[in-house]
Ligand binder design. Structure first.
Ligand SMILES: Cc1cc2nc3c(=O)[nH]c(=O)nc-3n(C[C@H](O)[C@H](O)[C@H](O)COP(=O)(O)OP(=O)(O)OC[C@H]3O[C@@H](n4cnc5c(N)ncnc54)[C@H](O)[C@@H]3O)c2cc1C
Length: 317
């Protein structure tokens, strides 16, 4: 059992670092987040971000963490400050009959009738899922972390874990794609994603299709996120050709005129070939380390399940 006020340094201010930070600070840890980039500059801020297991391994653990997160997010919908709400998500296939996965059936997923299938697709199913408005949710997590006594310091880039200075008994590594060089862990791959922000559209539901070309349209309170792309690349600049392709494909599926562009965002999904890394370790200077990185395209979907596992690991030696 940890003592209250034991100190923990968390590396990373994306959704993984902030969620882990909230649970650790609320459990009584003296916690500080160190990160190169914070807030809207992280990959987390570029996400759509809708609850849906995608581009993360291994399947069994991902589904278990995702379902745990689903329950927490459902609760957070009651707090308007969180930026979390429920939305109908319609998942489509271009190829043929889309089988509804068992985890989706357990959440009440239902097949869509043919007259609800856009011309571009062959089949689909619908279910209610949490939608996190990143323009508010990351601020909500940061505020909750600070309210529990946590501190956040941006502008800190570490080339190795031992470079985290100070009397921190425990390090929690939530560096996302940065873990590739920080650990170092060559199994981490940047899966680049680009999205386009457009004005609100009439549809009240999210449209998603993972078959190439990947497309999604996620209506939020004040705008709509059009996506997307998924390629192995660490280029963080916007590609105008991809913006044009995303807007064209989404407009085609939604049968609307191409809308004006309000913004474009790029993020690097921290995919890990050998699966999400969630385990205890020690650094070269003998400090205890808990890794929590490699969530790929599901960082929000996995966030609370993984953060709870981080907290549980602090109680084991
Ligand atoms: C276009 C797009 C759409 C997405 N849509 C969804 C979605 O709908 N649902 C979903 O669940 N997920 C989605 N994702 C995936 C999700 O965004 C990621 O899984 C998640 O953001 C990862 O969060 P993280 O906190 O682990 O990493 P990040 O958000 O990348 O944060 C990493 C943090 O670590 C810091 N850091 C890294 N290296 C160092 C270092 N060496 N020293 C100090 N600090 C360091 C960074 O500065 C940053 O603060 C999407 C991603 C993209 C790109």
């Amino acid at each position: 059992m940890n003592e209250r006020h034991e100190s923990v340094a968390i590396i990373g201010a994306g959704v993984s670092g902030l969620t882990s930070g909230v649970l650790l600070a609320e459990a009584g840890y003296r916690a500080r987040i160190f990160a190169e980039e914070i807030g809207q500059r992280t990959t987390s801020a570029a996400a759509a971000a809708v609850w849906f297991p995608y581009d993360a391994e291994p399947a069994d653990a991902v589904i278990a963490w995702s379902l745990e997160t689903f329950e927490v997010l459902q609760e957070l919908c009651r707090d308007p400050a969180s930026g979390v709400s429920m939305i109908e998500l319609r998942q489509f296939s271009r190829a043929g009959e889309l089988e509804i996965p068992a985890w989706a059936l357990s959440l009440g997923a239902r097949s869509l009738p043919m007259d609800s299938i856009p011309k571009s697709f062959r089949s689909g199913f619908a279910l209610e899922v949490p939608l996190l408005d990143t323009t508010r949710y990351l601020d909500y997590l940061a505020a909750r972390f600070k309210a529990a006594g946590g501190e956040i310091e941006g502008g800190n880039r570490f080339d190795r874990l031992e470079a985290v200075a100070g009397d921190w008994k425990l390090l929690v590594n939530c560096a996302g794609v940065g873990a590739r060089t920080l650990v170092p862990d060559p199994a981490v791959e940047p899966h680049r994603g680009q999205v386009v922000i457009v004005p609100r559209i009439a549809a009240r539901y999210a449209v998603v299709c993972d078959d190439p070309p990947l497309m999604y349209a996620i209506p939020r309170a004040n705008d709509c996120v059009f996506g997307g792309t998924n390629e192995q690349s660490s280029v963080r600049e916007v590609d105008p050709a991809q913006t044009a392709q995303i807007v064209m494909e989404c407009s085609l599926v939604l049968q609307i005129e191409p809308p004006p562009i309000l913004g474009e965002r790029v993020g690097l999904r921290p995919f890990r070939r050998t699966g999400v890394c969630l385990r205890a370790d020690s650094s070269g200077d003998g400090r205890r380390v808990i890794h929590n990185y490699g969530h790929g395209g599901s960082g929000f979907t996995l966030s609370w399940g993984c953060a709870r596992a981080v907290l549980a690991l602090t109680y084991t030696r």
